[in-house]
Design a protein around this ligand. Structure first.
Ligand SMILES: [Zn+2]
Length: 166
């Protein structure tokens, strides 16, 4: 008996909703947009993931956790593939994911972010996740992880991370 066929693509996505980003435990790899595709090739389940950036140290952990989640669901015949092209973009992050980030105290990526702008030090106005003020400034290009930069609100004075990877 092949247990793999019991799961629809939607059920696999639901299953992967339980796999959280190792650095941000409130957002799932599905809401982050890291899980790109779930499909069957014959009887084999293929899960394709794209790292948030090519050197992302969390990807190994994510791949392992996806493997564990599938195995725990009784799925044996599967493969987790990594795809680097097209590159991950913050546009793949779901609205639910952005909301979860904000509630966690991390400013979510801006919808209309000029992807090159922060490379040249021209940060768009980032909204403080604590009080909503846009009167904020970057205090450190690198926050607690390479995917985040550290900012401080000039109104409520709270420091916060901005999720900047794209
Ligand atoms: Zn604030």
């Amino acid at each position: 008996m092949n247990t793999t066929q019991k799961f629809s693509q939607q059920q696999i996505f639901d299953l992967l909703e339980e796999v959280k980003d190792p650095e941000i435990p409130v957002i799932s790899v599905v809401d982050l947009g890291v899980v790109r595709e779930v499909k069957y090739e014959g009887k084999k389940l293929i899960v394709t993931i794209t790292p948030t950036y090519s050197g992302c140290p969390a990807m190994g952990v994510i791949q392992m956790e996806i493997t564990t989640a599938l195995l725990e669901a009784g799925i044996i015949d599967f493969e987790v593939r990594t795809s680097l092209s097209p590159a991950w973009t913050t546009r793949w992050m779901s609205e639910k994911g952005k909301k979860a980030l904000k509630e966690y105290g991390i400013a979510p990526p801006l919808d209309n972010e000029g992807n090159e702008s922060d490379l040249f030090g021209e940060m768009p106005a980032i909204q403080c996740p604590h009080c909503g003020s846009k009167n904020t400034g970057m205090t450190n290009r690198f926050g607690s992880t390479p995917c985040k930069s550290l900012h401080q609100c000039k109104d409520c004075l709270e420091p916060f991370d901005y999720f900047k990877c794209h």
